[in-house]
Structure formats: structure tokens, C-alpha cells
Write a protein that binds this ligand. Sequence first.
Ligand SMILES: Nc1ncnc2c1ncn2[C@@H]1O[C@H](COP(=O)(O)OP(=O)(O)OP(=O)(O)O)[C@@H](O)[C@H]1O
Length: 608
Amino acid sequence: MSDPYTPAPTFRPGGGAKRFGTGEKAKPASIYNMFARIYTHARTQLPLLIGAVLCVIAISLLEFIVPQLTRYTIDHIIPNRLFNKLLLIGGGVLGAAVALGALRYASTSLMASIGQRVLYNLRNDLYRHMQSLDVSFFDRNRTGDLMSRVTNDVSILQQMISSSMMQLFTDFFTFTAIAVYMLWIDWKLTLMLLATFPFMLLTTKVFGKRMRSSFRTVQESVADVSDHLQNTLTGIRLIKAFTAEEYESERFSERTQKNMDANIQVTRLRAAYEPIIDFLNFLGLAIVLVFGAWLAMKDQMTVGTIVAFIAYLRLLQNPIRHFSRIMNTVQQSAAAYERIMEVMNTKAEIVEKQHAAILPPVNGHIVFDHIDFAYSNDSTLLERFSLELEAGKVTALVGSSGSGKTTIAHLIARFYDPQNGEITIDGYSIKDITLASLREQIGIVSQDIVLFNGTIAENIRYGSLQSTDEEVMAAAEAANAAGFIESFPHGYGTQIGERGVKLSGGQKQRLSIARAILKNPRIIILDEATASLDTESEQHIQDALAMLLKGRTCMVIAHRLSTIQKADRIYVLEKGKIVEFGAHDELLRLEGRYSQLYELQFPQTDVS
Ligand SMILES: Nc1ncnc2c1ncn2[C@@H]1O[C@H](COP(=O)(O)OP(=O)(O)OP(=O)(O)O)[C@@H](O)[C@H]1O
């Protein structure tokens, strides 16, 4: 939870249902799969891994040797009064302690560095995969939830790799070495001891299943909290404007309460699990004491061996005791891993064909040919919809809110795919060309201006990442933005704050136009680009836009008819259907829907 969150640019009140991919739920990932995947990542650091495993084997051997020194002291040195060997024994124990310390240090550092690298790769893979997913994936899933998968869930896995896996390895080797030795010394006693282990494993299994489900709830609640934070912190102005601080604090506390309850549930499970394991450990001790003493009294076992057996028993039980703690981390990680894999297993629906062509520089003749489109199965938005945008001309879409104008624009950029029909640009079906070559030739200036936290220059350069400072400045000049940028003390180096909060609406708009000018695409989509601006800003922007539109194919989506009177052709849409089209004057003469809209906006204008 300590990772910084990057706020997303839009405010979406409430959380909404959580849905992944196309709706299918990921199968619970097995712990085996999780380790297999971690191993695939860790394999790239084989030398480090081998180093860590060698340290672990050495630790197990040393752990095994120390009780042997005790046994030798009790059974040989004391009865035979070998004073000269005492120093050797003392030195041996201390030497083993120093070596154990050094080996533990080495193994921990090695595992931490493997863990961090695995985490680095996993987090980057996850982010890259998310970037490759469709717009519809982000429509369906909550931003805060996705952020918590990349930050919180990956961190949980990292903790497991760095600390718990090391312990797991050490325990495994120690357990095997000691169990073999004990069987060799006294197989009957050892088998009696080992009889308690199936109970331990069974308890672990039963509790493990419950813990995993509780951990999943914990992680989901962390995602909820993170989603709520993301929504409300980015929408803080709205909250203040509606004095909804108390309401939001209440909603926040509901979410944190869910997190608290789930954590309490996990703690209760652990609290019940550990005493059961402890009882089974004591049962083992009782068996060694009773039967060991019985064998010693019958001279079938030396006292030194009993003492060593008890020391080994502790070493044998330690892995099980650790295992209960590790199991916590492993179960928590398995839940985190499932959440990560849900994203990784989601496939993009909008994919390029295998040998997709690269779209050559186009003139920009765009045709919608009998398009059927629906966002979801139940509501068709476009039905056998056809439209033509002439190359190098300005085509405007007008119509009431929700009539589908933005959707049509998004279909050109393949943010969504229609269910039927074809969209072509200069005769190329957009499904046959690479997404990059398509989107490189389209510039979108939208009503939701998205600016990233950074400098003005960085935000303009987003249009073409390789551009020089001079090109950035020329684009700003063309977008009528150079004047206000240069008036800032830090000019192009001015930090604009999160989502450009330090800029006015008109300034933001001009930056977004400069960005599009720098991109220099053949096709421009202006979505409500001049909404809600004062007249002075608007004049600046109209000039900037005129610069942007010059010589390109343009689709202008506008509510305000004043902005599109010079468009070469205007389409009037209602509920996903074209009801009229033509030039401004032609449409006015028709006295249909367009002239109605026009009269609503300009009541004093004589339209006859
Ligand atoms: N991502 C989405 N998922 C589901 N439905 C959507 C999505 N985006 C838009 N819609 C729905 O599709 C319809 C058309 O929306 P669209 O944004 O294309 O209209 P518009 O004409 O651009 O509206 P406005 O002028 O208000 O921006 C609306 O009913 C809207 O609710």
C-alpha cells in the first residue's frame, strides 16, 4: 500500500460492478502455478538462484551438525573425561554460529535481490499487458482496483519471494536431512514422531483454504479503498462544491471497515491454527521423551542420542511452525497472484490480424459501410449505419446528447470494433492494418482534455515524442499557446500540476491543440473542442483550430452550431441514425431537425 498512486484523469462517482475481461472469472490459480511462474521469472537469474540454494544447503548441514556436537559431548567427552576436546567443541559451536550467520546473510541478500528482480519483471509485464488492453476493458474495470493489482498485489508476492521462499527452501532441506538421519538412528521412534505430521498437514490444508478466501477479501477491500481514494481525491473539487465531505468520509469508512473485518477474520483463523500446530508439536515431544527414556532405561539408546533427538525434533518441527507463518504469506500471495493473473489472462478483443499491413500515409477518405454497433448485447446504438467523410474536408456531426457522435469518432480510431460492417480509410479496412499505423494518422482533441503531471513542454511533446524543442515551440505558436506559455516565469518548463489544474480551460485546450499539431496527423477528430469557453478564449482557439484543420480530413463533433457553419458537410444524428445531411445553408433551407436545433441556439436569427 506504500506505493504512490498516480491519479487517473477522470472522476467517476461510485465504484460500480467489478468485471474482468469479457466477464469470465479466472479459475483459482493453484499455488503450484504461482511457484512455476515465479520460477520462470527467477530462472533468468540462475547464478543468484544457485548461490542462494548452495547457501541454504550449507545452512541445513550446519543445523544438522550442531546437535551432533551435543550428542558427542554427552556420550563421549563427559563419560571419558576428555578435557582436551572441550575447547574444540566450544570452537566448533561458535564456528558453526559464525558460519550460519554469514550464510544466512548471503542467502537473504541473494533471495531479496532475486525477489526484487522478479517483482520488477512481473510489475512491468503486468503494466505492459494492461496498456495493451482495449478501452472497453478500462470501461468495465475500476481504476483503483487495477492500481491496487499493480501496486499492492505485486508487493505481496514480492514479500513472499524475498522472505518466505528462503525460509521454505531452508526448511525443506533441513527437514529432509534430519528426517533421514533420525530414521537411520531409530526408525521406530522416528515413525511415531512422523505420525503426527499428517495431522499437521491436514490442519494446514483446511485452514489454508479458508485463509486464502479471507485474504482474497482483504485484497479486494484494499482495491475498494484504493478505488474510492482515486475517485474522490481526483474529484475533490466536486466533493467540496456539493459539500459531500461527510458523505464521502462515511463511504470511505464503510470500505475500510470491510478491510478491517476481513483482517480480523484472517487473524482469528491464524489464532485458531497455531495452537493446534503447537499441540501436535508437544505430542511429538511427549513421544520422544516417553519412548526415548524407555529405550534409554533398557540401554537401547544413549542419553546423548535422546538429547540430540530432542534438538532434531525442534529442527524438524520448526519447518512446520514456520510453515504456518509461511502459509499465511503463501495464501495471501496466492490470492494476490490470482488477482494479477485475472488481468494477465484477459485478452485484448481488438487485435491486429497476423500479417496486418502498415497503413501508408493517407488522404483520409473515410467510409462507414453498414455498421452495426452496441456497447453491450442489449442495446444497439448503430444499425446498418453508413457515413462518408471526404478527404481533406471538414465533416461535422451534430445531434442531441447520446445520439452516438463520440462513439462514431471512437470507431474510426478502433477503440471499439463494430459487430458488423466495415470502416475503411482510403479503401483500407481498418481491421486489416496495424493499430499503430492507424492511430498515428489520427489526432483526437476531445472535450475531456487529458494532461499529465509534468511540464508544458512534456505535455505538448506527447504528440511526437522525438520532436525537438523548436518543433514543440512551433506547435505552441501555431496553437496560439506560445503567448501564455512564455508569460509564465518558467515558460515551457512550467509544471502544470496534476491534470493541468494550474491552467485555465482555454489554456488546456490550446495545449491539447498544440499536441495534435505536433503529431501532424492526416485525420483530425475534434470532439466538442470549443465547449464552455469565453468569447476571447474561443477566438484564440478558433484560430488555433483553423491551423490544425488546414488541409486535413476532419470530423468535428459540436453541440454549438456556430462552430461548424463552415463545415463542408454536416450530418445530423438522432439515436444513432442520420436524419439529415448537407451544408449549413442547405440544412437551414430544409427546415428540419437542423434548423430546429439552430433556432433553439439562435432564437433571434432570421433563418428564412
Ligand atoms: N463506454 C461506454 N459503454 C457503454 N455505453 C456507452 C459508452 N459510451 C457511450 N455509451 C452510450 O452510448 C450512447 C451514445 O453515446 P455517445 O457518447 O456516442 O453520444 P454523443 O452523441 O457523443 O453524446 P454527447 O453529445 O452527450 O457527448 C449513449 O447512450 C451512452 O450512454
